[in-house]
Design a protein around this ligand. Structure first.
Ligand code: GLC
Length: 746
């Protein structure tokens, strides 16, 4: 039964009626609602509209600067929140204006894009996802909040949970990759990390899940482009991570720039009201993305800005970021009976509720404490976690023998290393595109860190090539440096500008002439370890075919240098697993592991099957892939039942053995396949994973469980349910190299 023209999203996640977060100051949800209602009853229409308006501090724009923010609008009660304000002094100055100069003294929200850290930067979210460690990611969000709130901020525009299957899209750097299950766990972890158990504490902040919805599926991978996907794909692939954030109690949602099914998300009533607020029970507020209300005119659904304001508010948008359109038009829309004041009250209530939950009415200066700012910024606790997460984000892609031994980890007695490439001695470009208010002075380069770890080794660095352009004038010096060395470490990839927002690339090769440089260096015959840093999967087919050792790091943040040198020297055995498939060439895109089988699955013996005639269907590196300095063997996969009822629990066990010469951590992955169903099903679906640390030679029996609930999907009528039939279950260290068994659901 179609309830709303869209799927009735009854997820396995428990539907919560209200934000489960406590306000900390003990006020129950009812008490908060009473306080909000009584405050609204005192407010004028102007004051209400003021709460629906959010401006960027124009010193630090994170989008096209269409509206200059005037501080006196705060004193006039025409502003509900400000973002990109830096420093407790500035936050204090603006908050003081709001709570002393306005009639009702309503405090401001102070937002910021704390995407992966604030002053101390953690790995970009795409790299974080490669840790497959939600608990660790939750800790990084907790500490990012601790640092950002010490600077007076109380709201972050994160987590970004947009599923991405197209690495041409620059914002894959900000998300958790291609898989629904992993991205949903990370979404929940980040909301819990930012908001904590006590929202009114000075070290927790409101989170904002974004960009709602399906922003990661633009046609052509081109940022801001049209999203046109089926209801099933939307419900099954793109919505679950947002739902996980809502069920975790996220206090705000950001509407996305894109249209969806012909309606821009910022004015999409089915999405913002019927699904998010009515069906999912979301009690926080919906904020637009940067001027996305204004952009309804460019989309062609609003004839002018007043019409845009009307459409957005009526659709369920509560706060207008940066366009000023609510501020300029809502009052007149009410007087012309085009907008009902009750709709404005509904929006104001949601926003004021969050301010109460944050404790801002009890103490508007709660987050302002210069001493905390100094004590907490880049504290040892934060720096240590940034290092741990950076190390665990690193993915070893290849480490094959080079003249009878593996290049990694580096030998202890090396005398001369050539360190080459634009990222080997660089700070800002280790931080990724959304690097908050990063303190680059605390970033240690790879050159600095490696020199510290290998004091008796001469490390000679030269850049060789830049990130972009065709200048090869640095090649000769690089070749000469390499010729004098025993081994080469080449650190190449993207700078911050080549990924992130408004940075889609039609060609995802290693940029500039860096690959040409590698091809020159290999001619020297010296062994080359290549480290690739990027905000997205790149095309690495030549590296895979020609080089013995390859590491992919994403962009690891403040502690990049120490993390990478710890892996190079063997101090840390790499354990990362790719959160996205790496294509062989951009023509394969979109490419993802949980694809359908089609009626003509590839068969090498049959021409008339689904394939390219110039490249394999398979990615260069599959989702979930990552090597270790040791090796792990999976064996003895056993199911405790061959058939299960809808109430049974299936127990899956297997033996994992560390068969190599290093202690190491493996992420064991469990996938299923529904062999026959009323609609086509993916050839694999990730349903569980476990991180297991084994000493060399050690083996252990690992177990997973599955129930019928784990086998649900949307049937032909878009009802979320399971169906009897045969299932395959797979376990392994990535989505390709697996051992398999079958069972039947009765
Ligand atoms: C940007 C981004 C969004 C960010 C916002 C505020 O355009 O799309 O992710 O939170 O503006 O900086």
């Amino acid at each position: 039964m179609k309830k709303l023209g869209w799927s009735l999203l009854i997820f396995v996640f428990p539907i919560i009626t209200l934000c489960t977060c406590s306000s900390g100051n003990g006020a129950s949800n009812d008490e908060v609602d009473r306080k909000v209602d009584s405050l609204i009853s005192l407010m004028t229409l102007d004051e209400k509209i003021g709460q629906l308006t959010l401006y960027a501090n124009d010193l630090n724009p994170t989008g096209p600067q269409k509206t200059t923010f005037c501080e006196n609008e705060i004193s006039n009660g025409r502003v509900g929140g400000v973002f990109n304000v830096l420093g407790t002094d500035n936050v204090y100055r603006l908050q003081k204006q709001a709570v002393t100069n306005t009639r009702l003294r309503i405090p401001l929200l102070f937002g910021f894009d704390v995407i992966h850290g604030f002053r101390t930067i953690f790995p970009i979210p795409f790299a974080e996802a490669c840790t497959w460690d939600p608990e660790l990611i939750k800790k990084s969000a907790t500490l990012a909040a601790k640092e950002a709130t010490a600077w007076g901020l109380n709201w972050t525009f994160n987590p970004m949970v947009d599923i991405a299957r197209d690495p041409r899209w620059g914002r894959v750097s900000e998300g958790s990759g291609e898989d629904i299950f992993l991205a949903s766990l990370i979404a929940k972890a980040k909301v819990q990390g930012y908001q904590g158990d006590d929202l009114s504490a000075p070290y927790t902040m409101a989170a904002c899940v974004k960009h709602f919805a399906a922003y990661g599926a633009p046609i052509g991978g081109r940022d801001y482009n049209t999203v046109d996907i089926s209801e099933r794909t939307l419900s099954e692939v793109y919505l679950p991570p947002y739902k996980a954030a809502v069920d975790a109690g996220v206090l705000s949602v950001m509407s996305s720039f894109n249209e969806l099914d012909g309606m821009p998300c910022t004015a999409n009533k089915k999405l913002l009201s019927q699904l998010l607020k009515d069906e999912w029970g979301f009690k926080g507020f919906v904020v637009s993305d940067w001027t996305s209300v204004k952009e309804l005119t460019a989309h062609g659904i609003a004839k002018d800005e007043a019409h845009a304001a009307e459409l957005a508010l009526k659709a369920g948008l509560d706060m207008d970021m940066q366009s000023g359109i609510f501020s300029e038009n809502l009052k007149k829309l009410v007087s012309n009976n085009l907008v009902d004041e009750q709709q404005i009250d509904n929006a104001v209530k949601r926003i004021l509720r969050v301010k109460y939950l944050l404790g801002l009415f009890d103490n508007p200066y709660l987050y302002i404490d210069k001493k905390r700012q100094e004590e907490i910024t880049a504290s040892q606790e934060i720096m240590d976690l940034a290092l741990l997460e950076a190390k665990k984000s690193i993915v070893l892609l290849k480490n094959e023998n080079y003249s009878n031994s593996k290049l990694l980890p580096l030998k202890k007695n090396l005398r001369k290393i050539a360190l080459i490439g634009p990222l080997a001695s660089n700070r800002i470009n280790l931080l990724g595109s959304w690097h908050g208010h990063a303190d680059t002075s605390i970033v240690k380069t790879i050159l600095e860190s490696l020199s510290e770890k290998l004091p008796n080794t001469k490390i000679e660095y030269t850049q060789g090539a830049s990130f972009t352009g065709t200048d090869k004038s640095g090649f000769n010096k690089a070749i000469q440096t390499v010729q004098k060395s025993e081994i080469v470490i080449c650190v190449i990839g993207e700078n911050n500008a080549l990924s992130g927002e408004a940075a889609s690339r039609s060609n995802i090769d290693i940029p500039g002439v860096q690959l040409d440089l590698l091809k020159e260096l290999i001619k020297t015959g010296k062994p080359i370890v290549t480290i690739v840093m990027a905000g997205r999967p790149l095309i690495l087919d030549w590296l895979e075919e020609n080089l013995p050792a390859i590491i992919f790091t994403g962009q690891l943040g403040t502690r990049s240098g120490d993390a990478i040198s710890a892996v190079l020297t063997g101090e840390y055995n790499p354990s990362g697993k790719l959160a996205m498939s790496f294509p062989r060439n951009v023509g394969q895109v979109p490419i993802f592991y949980n694809h359908k089988n089609t009626g003509r699955p590839f068969d090498a013996k049959d021409r008339y099957t689904s394939k390219y005639i110039d490249v394999s269907n398979e990615p260069l590196y599959p989702f979930g892939y990552g090597l270790s300095y040791t090796t792990f063997n999976y064996s003895d996969l056993v199911l405790d039942k061959q058939t299960i009822s809808s109430t049974d629990t299936l127990k899956i066990t297997f033996t994992l053995k560390n068969t190599g010469n290093f202690d190491g951590e493996e992420t064991c992955q469990l996938y299923i396949r529904d062999m026959v169903a009323s609609v086509t099903r993916p050839v694999k679906e990730l349903k569980a994973f476990k991180k297991v640390y084994l000493k060399k030679g050690e083996q252990v029996i690992i177990s997973f469980t599955l129930t019928a609930n784990d086998l649900k999907f949307f049937n032909e009528d878009m009802i979320y349910q399971y169906e009897p039939g045969e299932f395959a279950v797979f376990v392994g260290g990535n989505s390709r190299d697996l051992i398999e068994e079958k069972f039947e659901l009765l």
